[in-house]
Write a protein that binds this ligand. Sequence first.
Ligand SMILES: Cc1cc2nc3c(=O)[nH]c(=O)nc-3n(C[C@H](O)[C@H](O)[C@H](O)COP(=O)(O)OP(=O)(O)OC[C@H]3O[C@@H](n4cnc5c(N)ncnc54)[C@H](O)[C@@H]3O)c2cc1C
Length: 369
Amino acid sequence: MKSLKFKTVVIGGGPSGANAAKYLASSNEDVLLIEKDLKFDKPCGGGLFLKAFDEFDIPKTVITKVVNTIDIVSPKLKKVSVDISKHPLAIVHRQEFDKTLRDLAVEAGAKLIKAKVVNISTKNEGVRILARQLDGTEITINAKYAIVADGVNSSARVQLLGEHPNRVLTYYANLKDTTSSSCQFWFGDDISPKHYAWIFPHYNGVNIGLVANNKHKMKEFYNNFFKKTQIGGTIPKPKGYFIPHWKRMTLYKDNVFYVGDSASLVLPFTYEGIYYALKSGKLAAQAIIKNNPSEYEKSWNSLYLKKFKFLRTLQTIFLQNNWWIDRMVRLYQHPKFQTAVIEYWSGSREPASLFKTLYKIVRSLIKYS
Ligand SMILES: Cc1cc2nc3c(=O)[nH]c(=O)nc-3n(C[C@H](O)[C@H](O)[C@H](O)COP(=O)(O)OP(=O)(O)OC[C@H]3O[C@@H](n4cnc5c(N)ncnc54)[C@H](O)[C@@H]3O)c2cc1C
């Protein structure tokens, strides 16, 4: 059995883990990145705001499409198109995107190994990890810190804290022969109660899917959705994968940082996770660089807690049933509402206080209904 020693071990080489490793290595930190599948194509629509590429210094060559319009589709199939050209969305192919992020980490000086972490424990102000390579070779790694970045099914979180990230189910499929120039968000109790279904341009065709919290009815919702889209042809076989449903969870404990999906850091309502994975990875790295672990949770909360609570409140109100969704789609017809939502979502406007928001929603409903 091989034995290694690093200051920091990052478990999982998706956006959160790879970005954490990049920022650590860029500051000459001693960091090991462990990824079990270097060809993993994470089930994902692959949409994130274009501005993230500048913020995290990611080459734009990895972008497959840029989207300037989103379509909101009501339960009664009323469609409202929203111009997002001031805050465009980029679409990436996750296999390529994740590889690029890992390459950046390695270029910055991180060590990358392909292995599956099978055990993690904390003791004596440190972390001990057991990883297994494809040929069966086992490696023990002792480190001061671990960054858990192994996604929504995080086995490290289960081992250390006895809980999964909070999550709901998605059903999705990639359709090669269909195109869409917009990102479409479809709402309705028959396709995705309390959440939404989507059609996103993909690197190769479109990605369609839905979020729901009822594993027995996923197939029915999916079939309903496919029929509603009128894409036509045979209904493609869907695949299932969990997506985090944000709730406030432990972000740091006993020398272990939890980032991205492993901490359920996906924005409520929109289910945007890539940006928050990148950002949480960076914030954890910065806390380690400063040797001040508690700074991670503090900076995350000061940047995003209000926004996450705000979006969760909007989701609870507007997606509770078709009546409310209809009101929301009507509100979307008004340019001021569109601008406010896109600015809140993209992070270019601070959310108002909860009380103020509820007041504004009620006032808008009276004004525009
Ligand atoms: C169907 C679907 C569509 C989505 N669409 C979007 C979208 O359009 N836009 C958006 O912003 N978000 C989207 N998301 C959410 C987004 O995919 C995630 O939030 C994001 O991938 C989280 O990044 P991460 O690095 O935390 O985890 P992941 O991307 O899941 O990366 C975890 C990595 O850890 C590795 N790993 C796991 N276990 C181990 C182990 N034991 N040892 C070593 N390595 C391990 C995995 O192989 C993987 O590479 C979508 C999610 C789903 C399910």
